[in-house]
Each structure stands twice: as C-alpha cells, then as structure tokens.
Ligand binder design. Structure first.
Ligand SMILES: NC(=O)c1ccc[n+]([C@@H]2O[C@H](COP(=O)([O-])OP(=O)(O)OC[C@H]3O[C@@H](n4cnc5c(N)ncnc54)[C@H](O)[C@@H]3O)[C@@H](O)[C@H]2O)c1
Length: 309
C-alpha cells in the first residue's frame, strides 16, 4: 500500500516511519524543502537506533527505499490508499489542505487527521463524510504504541476497521473513541491528573519534584503493565468505593489554568525548548535529558513489546 503523510514537522516523519517499518511505501509531503530534508534524516537516525537496540529486525537499507519526499501534494497522494494529515494545528491551514485533498484524492481514499484537539469532522462536515476521521498518534510516534481513532456517527465502520487492522500490523495499539470529546481520551486523563498536581503544588503540600517522584516511582512505574480498571480489581472494589467516596469531594475542580503555569509562560520559561520550565535545562542539559528520555523509552518499548503484544 502507498501512504501519504502531509506535514514534515514534529509528528509527520515519525508517522511516516511507522508505516515504512510496517512495510508500506510512504510519500512525505511538506511545503518546506528544509522540513522534508530534516524529516527524512530524523527517520533515518531513528530507524538506525531502533535497529541497533534490536527493536527493528532490519535497518535503514531495508526501510529508507520505501520513503519518498516531495513538495507536490498531487504527487504525494497519487495512488495513496491512506492520507495522514499532520500540518499545524490551525483550522485555516487544515481547511485549505482539505479542499485540495478533496480535489486530488480518489473517492475511496481514507483521509485521517493527526489533530490533537480539533473536532475536524464537525468543523468540516462536508469533507468526505464517512472516510475522514481522526487518527491521533503520540509523540514520538515510532515509540508510543497507542493510536486514538476518533470517529463520529457518520464514519464508515469499514474504513475504521481497515485502518485499525493496518495499524496493528504496523505494531501499534489502536483504540476507537466513539464521539468527539475535547482532548479525546489520553489528554483528558492526563489533564485531570495535572490539575490535581498543580492544585497540590499551589497549596504548598508538595513540590514539582515530589509529584514527579510519585508519578515515576509509583503511578507510572506500574501503569505500563496494569491499567486503571484492572488496578481497581486488584485493590478490591469495596476498598475502591470507600476511598473514592472520601477523596472525590476533596479533589480540585477549578476550570482556569493555574498561576503556576501562566506565570512561567509570561516569564518565557516554557520548558526544555527555552532552557527553563519547572526545572532547569540550561548548559546543554536539554539535549542530555531528551537523549536519555529517548533511550529509556526505547528500552521500555522493547520490554513492552515482549510482554504486551
Ligand atoms: N507535536 C506533538 O507532540 C503532537 C502530538 C500529537 C498530535 N499533534 C498534532 O499533529 C499535527 C502536526 O503537529 P506538529 O507538531 O508536527 O506540527 P509542526 O508545526 O511541527 O509541523 C507542521 C509541518 O507542516 C508543514 N506545513 C504547513 N502548512 C502545510 C501545508 N499546507 N501542506 C503541507 N505541509 C504544511 C510545516 O512546514 C511543518 O513542517 C497538529 O495537528 C498537532 O496538533 C502534535
């Protein structure tokens, strides 16, 4: 199968890699030659590293010939059964692209968007109803197994089942979210936890380091291997009912973004990309932590694939 991935920024190259290592021919398209060059290089490096770690059986010699890069949208989508849109999260840019895709793609092409928040089939109800839905990958796409397929009542079930099967064959774990809720599933769960963490920091009960220790040394430590509902079963639902009855009324339900975040944004402390956020990444530490993160996630993926697929 040929797959077209539109947009070669943070997400597009990783999504292209997922389909390439699944054995598909991929055309990566962008309006910027520079983005395409950098995208192809990041795919090459990522495949080499995954091969070196033993996650991919083959290396770049096998997969890179499956990739073509182009600034021509027509060339990218020609003969593509699947088109994945990964252009910036701006409805105006996406709308202009969808008009072009509508003109260029065959009737039976499945067109999906990697949007992280926009209810696109609701914003653009006339664009290919049935064969257009959300396919949300997580960063970095070649490593994180989950993909959220977000569909509406108008989505063609055959198209969703088909894509789900293709994603599984590419080593992914897709789930189907039936209906547009802001944040889909994962970002809603994460946001709920983040709100409580920020609330406790605001009350001075714990600091960011303590929250991160709690997440990595307890919640996250277990949660790659056990989910929320099997955890409730392990605890015992009588205990769960008692604990939730006491704790739920005390949880934060504020709706504003807390000052712990807005003040940092105002001061330009945006995290790794600006050298400072909740923690300090100055003096080369940013590259160091990001590299370590990638290596650890790859080790985690290797173990996860062994036990969870
Ligand atoms: N960054 C993340 O962690 C993340 C995670 C999940 C989903 N998403 C979603 O994925 C999508 C892409 O995000 P990103 O972070 O990769 O964006 P990005 O800004 O890093 O990259 C977008 C790319 O699209 C290109 N582009 C702009 N207009 C175009 C057009 N008309 N045709 C072709 N290419 C065009 C740009 O040159 C750029 O290279 C967004 O909808 C975003 O919400 C992002």
């Amino acid at each position: 199968m040929k797959v077209a991935v539109i947009g070669s920024g943070v997400m597009g190259p990783g999504i292209a890699q997922v389909f390439m290592t699944g054995g598909h021919e991929v055309a990566l398209q962008d309006i910027s030659e520079k983005a395409l060059g950098e995208g192809a290089e990041s795919i090459r490096k990522s495949i080499a590293l995954m091969h070196e770690k033993g996650i991919l059986e083959n290396g770049e010699e096998k997969y890179m010939p499956l990739l073509s890069v182009t600034t021509s949208l027509g060339q990218a989508v020609e003969g593509s059964r699947l088109v994945v849109e990964a252009v910036p999260e701006r409805p105006d840019i996406k709308q202009a692209l969808f008009s072009e895709l509508d003109r260029l793609c065959p009737e039976d092409a499945v067109i999906v968007s990697n949007t992280s928040s926009l209810p696109l089939p609701e914003i653009f109800p006339d664009f290919r109803p049935g064969k257009f839905f959300v396919c949300h990958f997580f960063n970095p796409p070649p490593i994180i197994p989950l993909v959220e397929l977000v569909i509406s009542g108008r989505t063609d079930k055959g198209a969703v089942d088909w894509l789900k099967g293709e994603l599984v064959r590419c080593g992914k774990k897709p789930i189907v979210v039936k209906g547009f809720v802001l944040g889909f599933l994962v970002n809603r769960l994460q946001t709920a936890m983040a709100r409580e963490a920020l609330h406790l920091i605001n009350r001075g009960i714990v600091g960011p380091e303590d929250v991160d220790t709690a997440v990595t040394a307890a919640i996250g430590f277990k949660s790659a291997w056990q989910g929320m509902f099997d955890t409730m079963d392990y605890i015992g639902l009588d205990t769960v009912a008692m604990a939730y009855g006491v704790i739920f009324p005390d949880l934060c339900n504020d709706t504003g973004v807390p000052p712990e975040v807005t003040e940092k944004v105002r001061e330009g402390h945006l995290g790794v990309k600006s050298g400072r956020g909740f923690f300090n990444y100055e003096g080369g530490r940013a590259a160091e932590v990001m590299e370590k993160r990638q290596a650890l996630l790859l080790d985690q993926l290797k173990l996860w694939k062994k036990h969870m697929t």
